[in-house]
Design a protein around this ligand. Sequence first.
Ligand code: 13P
Ligand code: SF4
Length: 335
Amino acid sequence: MQSQLNFTEEVKNNTSDIYKRIKNFVPDIEWPFVAPYIYEINKLKKETNSVILAHNYQTPQIFYGVADIVGDSLALAIKAAEVKEENIIMCGVHFMAETAKIMSPEKKVYLPDMRAGCSLAASITGEDIRKLKKQHPGVPVVTYVNTTADVKAETDICCTSANAVKVVESLGVKKVIFLPDEYLAKYVASKTNVEIISWHGKCEVHEKFSEKEIHELRKNYPDLTIIAHPECPPDVINASDFAGSTSHMVNYVKEKKPKNVFLVTECSMSDNVEIENPDVNFVKPCNLCPHMKSIELPKILDCLKNKTNEILIDFDTINRARSSIERMIAIGRQD
Ligand code: 13P
Ligand code: SF4
C-alpha cells in the first residue's frame, strides 16, 4: 500500500471543510489517516486529468471526500458518456465501470477493486440470454443495468430501478423478457399490464430484509416513513410506504422531510443522505454490500498513481452493448 502519507498542516487545512461535513461518520482518531488520502487523491485527480464517479452506496469519505459526480446507476451511466476528462475512476461495482467504458470507449476507465462484483450481474450470462431468446422468439429482452457487458450485448434495452416500468411500457408490446432480478421483475409486473418473463437473480443485500423487520420497526417508531429499494422482496415493498431507486430515496427525503425515516437498502445510503438532511432522523438497521465496500481510498489512490485495474472490453461487445444503454438513456427517468 502507500507509504509516507502524513497529516501535515497543508493536508489539515485543505481537508477541513470536508471533515466538517463527514465528521459524524469518521471518528476523530481516524481522520489523520483518512485526510492524507483524500488530499492526495484530489491533487492527483487534477494532475492526471481524471474524474471520480461514485455510487450512492459509497462511504461518506469517498462520496463527499473525493467524488466529482455522485448518483444512482442511471445518473452514473448518463454522466459517464458526458465527462471530458481522459480517465474515469468508478467508485462502484464492476458492471458500473463496464457501463462507463461502453459509454465512453475512448476513455480509460478504472475500478479500484476488480473483485467488486454484484450478485445480480453474476446470476446470468450472455449464453443464458441466447437460450431464453430461442425459447421466446420475438419477445424483447429488457435487462437491468446490473449485468455484464456480454449480457448487455444480447439485450434490446437496459433499465435501472429508476425507470424499469417506463422502459417496459415504452416498448409497446404485450410481453417482455425482464432480467435478471426476480424481485424487480415482480415489482414491475405489479405496476404494468405487460406480461413479464423473469429470471432467478437476487441482490444479496436487499434479499436479506424481511417483512417481520419492517413490522417490528413500525411498532418501535409509530411515525416512521419506510422507503424500500425495488430489489427488496415483494412483502418488504408492500409493507413499506414507498419504493424507489437510490435517487428516488434521496429526492423523497429532501422534498418530504419525514420526521423518522428508514431506507431499506445499503448502509452508506442513509449516512450520505443524512449529511444533506440533518433535521431528519434516520433509523438505521441496514445491510452492507461487500462489493461496494471493497472500494477504499488507498485503492483509489493506487488507480490514479499506477493506472491499475483498467476495464478492457473488446470493441465488438462494446458496440453491441452500447445501443441497449443508449435506448435506456433516451427513455429517461421515471418520477
Ligand atoms: P440504483 O440504480 O438505485 O442506484 O441501485 C443500484 C444498486 O446496485 C442497488 O443495489
Ligand atoms: Fe449488486 Fe446488491 Fe451490491 Fe447493488 S447492493 S451492487 S445489486 S449486490
